[in-house]
Each structure stands twice: as C-alpha cells, then as structure tokens.
Design a protein around this ligand. Structure first.
Ligand SMILES: Cc1cc2nc3c(=O)[nH]c(=O)nc-3n(C[C@H](O)[C@H](O)[C@H](O)COP(=O)(O)OP(=O)(O)OC[C@H]3O[C@@H](n4cnc5c(N)ncnc54)[C@H](O)[C@@H]3O)c2cc1C
Length: 319
C-alpha cells in the first residue's frame, strides 16, 4: 500500500458499514488480522473493527516526520519458509497470496551480561561456544543440556507442521508419530526447563540469563515453562532463522490488510467496540461506542482477555 497514514487508509473505507457480516473481528493486531485475512481468503464475509487509526496493534509502525517508529516487535522467527520447522507464517502468506520483504542480519540480537556479550545467530554451535567461553566451569553441563534440547528439537522436526485449522488434522498428525518419540515429547512437556537446567548446570548466573530470555519471549520463567518449549525457543530460533520485515513490523500488518481486502474483507479504523452482544449464550453482534449495532454469525475478539471479558461488559465466564 502506498500510504501510511490513517487518513489515507480511511479513504478506502468510505462506504457505510452494513448492519450484518458473517464474521466480525475486534482488533487488527497480528492475531486478528491473521484470522480475518485467512477467513476472507476462504470466502467468508469479514469485517475488522479497529479502534486505532493504523493496523497492527503492538506490531505497528507509525510515521513521524521523515522517520518510522516500531511500537513493539522487530524480529520475527520462522518467516523464512526454506528453513527450520515452524512454517506457520509461510502457510498464511501462501494462502492470502502476500509475502513480506525480509532483511537478514548475521546477529539477530545480543545479550549484554556481566561476563560479556552473547550473540544470537543462525548457529546453535556458535551459541554454545559463547556460553562455554563465558562459563567454562560448566562446559560439560552446558553441552549435555543442549544435547537434550537438540534431541527434542529433532523429534519436533520429524513431525510435519500441524494444520492450522483442524483439530482432527492435528490429531491425525500426532497419531502418525512413533509412540516412543511421542512419549518422549509428552514426558518433556511435563518437566520444567528449570529442572532440566539444574540437572546439568550449576551456574546461577547462566540460569538467570536463560530465565530472562524465557520471561522476555514466553512470558514465563524457566520453572514454569516446559522443557519441550526450550527446544523451540533455544534451538529453533537458530535453525529456523530470525528476520526483520523491511519498513518495520507494521509492514506485516499492512500485508495482512492487503490480503484481507483483496479477498473482499473490510477493515474499519477509529471504530471501537463497546460491547459484545450475547444472545442465548452466543456472541451475535457488537455495539460500537457511537451506539451502532452490527450483527455477525461469528465474533472473534483480538482485543485481549481483559478487554474482551471485562471492559466490553459481557458476562461470558473466563475459562
Ligand atoms: C515492546 C514489544 C516488543 C516485542 N517484540 C517482539 C519481537 O521482536 N518479535 C515478536 O515476534 N513479538 C514481539 N512482541 C510481541 C508481539 O508484538 C505481540 O505478541 C503481538 O503483536 C500481539 O498481537 P495480538 O494480535 O495478540 O494483539 P495486539 O497487538 O494487542 O492487538 C490488539 C488490537 O485490538 C485493538 N482493540 C482492542 N480493544 C479494542 C476494541 N474494544 N475495539 C476495537 N479495537 C480494539 C487494539 O487497538 C489493537 O490493535 C513484542 C511486544 C512488545 C510490546
């Protein structure tokens, strides 16, 4: 899209909103736009309602004078369809027929810590070497710890990507796995990463570094995160590669908006949903802050749990 401003985007949406759609998506974060663009590509009549004047939520890029600022994310994993095992982005891009322009750097990001710098690159071995150089007393433990994670990662690699949209597809993918391998993955899903770490490594400083990564990336510390998750966070990040979207993370949102619009979907900016209307226990419509009501067969909220179950005033229990 040639424009970045909400005013120009608004020119695309002059037509008044209809009183009913098949699907309403509240919020144009990456989650909402992914759902909306995929549904539009599959022939659904989709309306996205966004309170802000730009798409993307946390992942938006806003212009200021000659500069562009990212609100939040910059680095994305699993964008490169030719690498790694997490190709979900690629599935979405293929389906909506839009692809990002990506930039790559040798170092995705670095940690500054009291003993130096840890650079996260496309090589697990190079990362282990840095850890060993910083924590030489723990070399055997670090290598054993990573050996377990690499083994778990290869177990994951043996699974094809789970289908995005079908519980039965997920089940049949799981059932195709060899029982012993499946059992191993299940076992490590119940072991906290902190426990695996403590089995092999003594350094509290290294524990704090890995913990900080988990809190930053998974919103969970290593005593709560399952060890199996580390196979993805600590191994796949190297093997799958990290990439930056050219022009900022907002380009990802714009790409999804293009996918939505070209498949007949619509996004309406500066439009805040005040309430989700529940009838007979089902979400059936939304009331906007101007009092307008729009009906839909399905409502998808991308507004977050608190906003959805709190401020929008529904009595839907949180479970
Ligand atoms: C500082 C920071 C850095 C990050 N760095 C990275 C990174 O490098 N890599 C990475 O992969 N992830 C990163 N993340 C995480 C990533 O940005 C988020 O996980 C992701 O963008 C969340 O998307 P979402 O769709 O869940 O929701 P959100 O982005 O929260 O979108 C919700 C949308 O709903 C709209 N909305 C809410 N209520 C209403 C309402 N009542 N009516 C209408 N609209 C409404 C909001 O305006 C918003 O547009 C970072 C996050 C932050 C904050």
């Amino acid at each position: 899209m040639s424009t970045e401003t909400g005013e120009k985007l608004a020119s695309l949406q002059k037509e008044p909103l209809r009183s009913a759609y098949e699907v309403i998506v509240i919020g144009s974060g990456i989650g909402g736009l992914t759902a909306a663009s995929l549904l539009a590509a599959r022939g659904k009549d989709v309306l996205v309602l966004e309170q802000h004047y730009l798409p993307g939520g946390s992942a938006q890029t806003f212009p200021y004078r000659q500069y562009r600022f990212d609100v939040g994310p910059k680095l994305f994993f699993g964008m490169d369809g030719s690498r790694g095992n997490m190709r979900y982005h690629q599935q979405v891009f293929d389906e909506i027929g839009e692809y990002p322009e990506l930039s790559y750097y040798d170092t995705y990001y670095s940690f500054l810590h009291p003993r130096g710098v840890l650079r996260v690159t496309g090589s697990v071995e190079a990362y282990i070497d840095q850890l060993v150089a910083a924590f030489p007393d723990d070399e055997p433990g670090i290598r054993q710890f990573y050996a377990v994670l690499e083994e778990l990662h290869s177990l994951f690699m043996e699974f094809p990507n789970f289908p995005l949209d079908s519980t039965s597809g997920v089940m049949s993918t799981v059932l195709q796995a060899r029982p012993d391998k499946l059992a191993r993955l299940i076992y490590w899903s119940f072991v906290p990463l902190g426990k695996l770490f403590d089995r092999h490594i003594r350094s509290r400083e290294l524990r704090a570094i890995i913990n900080a990564e988990f809190v930053a990336f998974c919103y969970s510390d290593i005593d709560d995160a399952p060890a199996v998750l580390a196979a993805l966070v600590l191994i796949e990040r190297h093997k799958g590669g990290g990439a930056f979207t050219k022009g900022g993370s907002g380009e990802l949102a714009r790409l999804l908006v293009r996918g939505l619009q070209k498949h007949g979907g619509r996004i309406q900016y500066r439009t805040m949903v005040q309430r989700i209307i529940i009838q007979n226990g089902q979400a059936r419509g939304v009331e906007l802050t101007n009092g307008e009501v729009i009906w839909a067969d399905y409502i998808i909220s991308n507004a977050g749990v608190v906003n959805t179950f709190g401020r929008t005033g529904t009595n839907v229990p949180v479970w």
